[in-house]
Write a protein that binds this ligand. Structure first.
Ligand code: MN
Length: 235
């Protein structure tokens, strides 16, 4: 039986529930059954969803409320969606308890980290200053623009099969610290965290880039991430 993979969504202009169709297609191509989830804030409803899905794709989107990691908003913080933050934090924490597989993309990577007790840079450009790469690329979404160095023998390295590969990049926030039990497993050449993973769960991996926009054009290290998620759900 194909596993059910929940896909988190955005609320756009307070009236539309959205997610990139590339998220849905990537899960489908990887052999899972994609199910797009609404941002519910009723705890019992979220617990029911956690019980039903076999795994979760935590998708990209806007910024995360910095109060989740004990900070007040800096001037360069972007748009925040409190409902989405609450929903995802509840769902992620429950799935961590249940040890169900999760893949986080961009904001989703940051959200898994924050939910588990980690922290972020609210805005890498104003907080880390000069010397950074362009992490908000102006090239098309399917273009890979900066390198990622993956830690030898990490889950990321085992999935991708390379320690150095190029990714696309659309973020101005980034992981600052990861909680105990989690490891950083990928860096950009300027030191920005590009991936992290759990040491104590079956499969919890966050990547700062957008493999869903690359999964159609190269099977080597983008579709493999989705396949690894789906496979982890069937084990
Ligand atoms: Mn980047």
């Amino acid at each position: 039986m194909k596993p059910i993979i929940g896909i988190t969504s955005n609320i756009r202009e307070e009236k539309l529930l959205t997610t990139g169709i590339s998220n849905v297609r990537a899960i489908e191509r990887a052999g899972g059954v994609p199910v797009v989830l609404p941002n519910l804030t009723d705890e019992q409803a979220v617990m029911r969803i956690a019980g039903i899905v076999d795994g979760l794709l935590v998708t990209g989107g806007g910024d995360i409320d910095p109060s989740f990691f004990g900070e007040e908003p800096l001037p360069a913080l972007g748009e925040v969606c409190p409902e989405r933050d609450l929903f995802e934090r509840m769902l992620i924490n429950r799935l961590l308890e249940l040890d169900k597989p999760m893949l986080g993309i961009c904001r989703g990577c940051q959200m898994i980290n924050v939910s588990a007790g980690g922290s972020l840079y609210q805005d890498i450009y104003s907080q880390l200053g000069n010397g950074l790469l362009q992490h908000t690329q102006k090239a098309p979404r399917s273009h890979t623009s900066h390198w990622v160095e993956a830690t030898d023998s990490s889950l990321l390295h085992r999935i991708v099969g390379e320690t150095r590969f190029k990714v696309n990049t659309f973020h101005h926030q980034a992981i600052r610290t990861v909680p105990e039990g989690f490891n950083i497993c990928g860096y950009a050449s300027d030191g920005i965290v590009e991936a992290f993973e759990s040491q104590r769960h079956r499969f919890v991996l966050g990547v700062q880039w957008h493999p869903e926009n690359l999964a159609g054009r190269d099977d080597v290290y983008s579709l493999q991430l989705f396949r690894a998620l789906v496979q982890a759900c069937t084990n």
